[in-house]
Write a protein that binds this ligand. Structure first.
Ligand SMILES: Cc1cc2nc3c(=O)[nH]c(=O)nc-3n(C[C@H](O)[C@H](O)[C@H](O)COP(=O)(O)O)c2cc1C
Length: 183
């Protein structure tokens, strides 16, 4: 059995972030075939094309982490019906310089939790457009649109009826990664 390395990217920098909490639950519940690692994106500078020739060390590190991953799991909040600026910044950094994107071919999954009723659905649709351009095969079903008060208990644990869904989703994502991973 090969364990696939998954880079987990959380689109919120908030200390008490629901999306970071969800990512942590994913790390704990992932099947043995996946090793999930939450990456840091809050220390990346704002993307500036002038820096392409001499990227910041944190950008170099981030690109290396994506290169070393077999797949990527995005856990994103919805900001004004799209993804957050910090997530877009990370996506842009690792897509450049032109011709040196590290995203292409990496199988991807998307999840998100929101306080709003549509549970990040609009943000996830925007992210799918970006990932298609970046040439990342992205799991289509099941979709994971979560509402924070329905999914977490007061301690940040998954409520009982959410656990089965999360586990089913992780199993499907593991199969997706296995199907698309570049050997
Ligand atoms: C700038 C901003 C824009 C937001 N826009 C939306 C939105 O479009 N849809 C939504 O469901 N929630 C929206 N929210 C509320 C977020 O769902 C909520 O802040 C959530 O906790 C963010 O995720 P986090 O807990 O991982 O930080 C917005 C929050 C912020 C700070």
């Amino acid at each position: 059995m090969t364990t696939r390395r998954i880079a987990v990217i959380v689109g919120s920098l908030r200390k008490e972030s629901f999306n970071r909490t969800l990512a942590q639950r994913f790390v704990e519940r992932a099947p043995d075939t996946l090793a999930l690692h939450i990456l840091e994106i809050g220390d990346l500078p704002l993307y500036n094309q002038d820096d392409d020739a001499s990227p910041h060390p944190n950008v170099v590190r981030f690109k290396r982490e994506i290169e070393q991953a077999d797949g990527v799991l995005f856990v994103t909040p919805e900001y004004n019906r799209s993804i957050s600026g910090v997530l877009k910044n990370a996506l842009d950094h690792a897509s450049r310089p032109y011709g040196e994107s590290v995203w292409a071919g990496k199988p991807a999954g998307i999840a998100g939790v929101s306080v709003g009723a549509i549970g990040t659905a609009a943000a996830q649709q925007h992210l799918r457009t970006i990932l298609a351009y970046l040439d990342m095969p992205t799991l289509g079903q099941p979709e994971m649109f979560l509402k924070a008060d329905a999914v977490f208990d007061d301690a940040g644990g998954l409520r009982e009826d959410s656990r089965e869904f999360v586990d089913t989703w992780l199993t499907r994502f593991a199969a997706w990664v296995e199907q698309h991973v570049a050997d």
